[in-house]
Design a protein around this ligand. Sequence first.
Ligand code: SAM
Length: 330
Amino acid sequence: MRRIPTGVTLPAVYDDLAAQLFDFHESMLHDRVRTESFLRAMVQEVRPGDVVLDIGAGTGVLSLFATLAGASRVHAVEQGPMADVAREIAKRNGMDHRIDIINDWSTGTSLSEPADLLVTETVGNIGFEEGILSWVLDARERLLKPGATIIPTSISMVAAAVESWHDYKEIAWLKDPLYELDFTALSDFGIRSMLWVDLSPVSLVTKPATLTTVELATTEEKEVGGTVTVAARRDGLIQGIGCWFTAVIAPGISVSNEPPTKVPSWSQGFLPLPEPLPVSAGDELVITIESDEACTRWGWSLGIDSPAELIWTTPIEPPLPPPRNRPGTT
Ligand SMILES: C[S@@+](CC[C@H](N)C(=O)[O-])C[C@H]1O[C@@H](n2cnc3c(N)ncnc32)[C@H](O)[C@@H]1O
């Protein structure tokens, strides 16, 4: 998501935001595993007469589901220009009298009535990098009734050591001169970036392990992280850490983007190592992933037998997450 400085007019060729937004929302609607999981959760959890808050409403699809499930009022908060489209969608479905579209960030929104239920599909590729924790903690404090239902219920961050030349080569080939010039500063930048990839299960040298599980109704922590020790299943050359999420959307309803991906809305995170690390079958690999307070910067490390030094993502202003699904992945 780009934020354009006030007073700057972008040439049309750069301003492809509308096309990106269309692709983003169209592909999420088409992702039936994702969207029907939320539909089932709304039918299961919304009680007739509930006031619902939908943070990050996008097209308003989850607000429509909430209305169908019996909500008396839905406050649908969307910071981007899709809010206008959502308003029109609500109208064309005859639900605009029950869905109130608010074109703002949730953290800048106040409601005339606290909500009984919060739904937010701001789940990132590794669970938390789209800011879900900040939005939920703020909503719990200001916008929800005590004990309100929260959808999703919990999110776990899962990781494995990865051998994937396919995903590492974009970094590796910049370590050599290109056009007889030195581009190693760009590979250094890439090493301090989370890359979005579609991991093959054969690239996982360790079993996946859960670093942390966050219960959204009760957590008080704004940052997430964890350390796990997992054994290498075979000899290999580890080039990074693969990371993804498992979310309990509501009791009995879960979604995960574990490889191989079955939910086209999400890729997995590939957190590259500065240099590939040779490992032998049976080696104990210590994987750590941590965020800063706002889940905008991430640190990771992978050591044999003991933790290694964390590599942190380069701070970027504004610190907003990029769209999770890459072009063409529908
Ligand atoms: C992944 S999309 C989901 C859209 C829709 N809920 C769906 O399920 O198809 C997330 C949307 O949330 C919006 N968003 C993220 N955080 C927000 C916040 N705190 N307040 C308002 N909008 C937010 C983004 O602009 C984006 O349109």
